[in-house]
Design a protein around this ligand. Sequence first.
Ligand SMILES: *Cc1c(COP(=O)(O)O)cnc(C)c1O
Length: 451
Amino acid sequence: MTSSPSPSTHPGTTDAPASAALLERAARVIPGAVNSPVRAFRAVGGTPRFIREAKGPWLTDADGRRYVDLLCSWGPMILGHAHPDVLAAVDEAARRGFSFGTPSENEVLLAEEIVDRIEPLEQVRLVSSGTEATMSAVRLARGVTGRSVIVKFAGCYHGHVDALLAAAGSGVATLALPDSAGVPTEMTSDTIVLPYNDIAALEETFAARGPEIAAVITEAAAGNMGVVPPAPGFTDALRRITREHGALLISDEVMTGFRCSRAGWFGLEGEAGYAAGAPDIFTFGKVMGGGFPAAAFGGTAEVMGHLAPQGPVYQAGTLSGNPVATAAGLATLKGCTPELYPRLEATARTIADAASAALSAEGVAHTVQWAGSMFSVFFREAPVTNYDDARDQDTAAYGRFFHAMLDAGVHLPPSAFEAWFVSGAHDDEAVGVILDALPAAAKAAASASAS
Ligand SMILES: *Cc1c(COP(=O)(O)O)cnc(C)c1O
């Protein structure tokens, strides 16, 4: 590749001196300088911005530069940052104490709100992260069925649960090998990884090992390999096949829950997807915490009755149902009105259409995929239906695009395998900044691929 000196290919620390200085200090006391790997910008290069403040659709970094936020904290900030109603709820709750270690009313209010939104849910247990929710859901499914094997799909992320940190391998019934050091193969030896959207692979697996399978866990609509919605019939097949074999279906709505609709992906796909019945266990996080550590898993009273103290499946947490986190979550969900969702979708459409037009104008291969207002721009021509497809894209072009947008004041997710998120606070001014930034970013994306 001949070097086309695009200033955004490897942005120097001069763009963000205060962030660069913090990064250097952080690297001494925090492994890799970050507390969650993707924040390190490894996929796109350059200096991650240390954010000191966020309001509405805007992030302000340590150097005082503003960015329109299309990350929204990876999903939770659906109302925008520091929304006045959420701020008031947090303030009020915090004044009454931070954590009691006893039951408290806010837990009841948040659980009622969640159960009210998703018809088949009767009970939820509150936890502090999506990882805890899926980990507990898997334990519950194993406890209910007395079986061990879990089926997951390649490219679906369910948090850093040992047994679920196996996504590699794309053949049918691939033996799951752990993706991380420190996860002994025994931890994933009861995990089967299948290609997403492949009903035949699922049927074969159940035909061979049905009586051993405790549960299938799936992202209700995949968002962690970029947005890959279930193909028509896939969701329904999951329900039908698991039920035929006495296995449970765990629908991971940590990302999609209360984001794709008032009732998450379940509400959006509705009858078309869930004609054969509802999942046995749902998991939630992100939006339901409103930016605080609150997550949940839930199901019917019968299934949830297997949990301690009623049943034999143990699960607990010092900060579970934290009064401040639940206040933030409840205020956020109260703001997730039926009117919010069409607005999010309209905003997302405007941005995605403009991105697509700009990329087309520069001849950059791309495809846009949707789950409600969540969308991804994949840097390839053909549609993406599974993880193999998702990986077959021009990630270098995405890196150039990302940095050109960042230079122009738009903070995209720092990886090509992520959803773009909008909030109810993304107004004309914020969208205008994005639209203005796109043509030059598309040029940057095209620049090196031409050479
Ligand atoms: C983010 C996410 C998780 C993990 O949630 P954490 O709060 O980061 O532990 C699990 N499942 C899905 C689908 C997610 O998007």
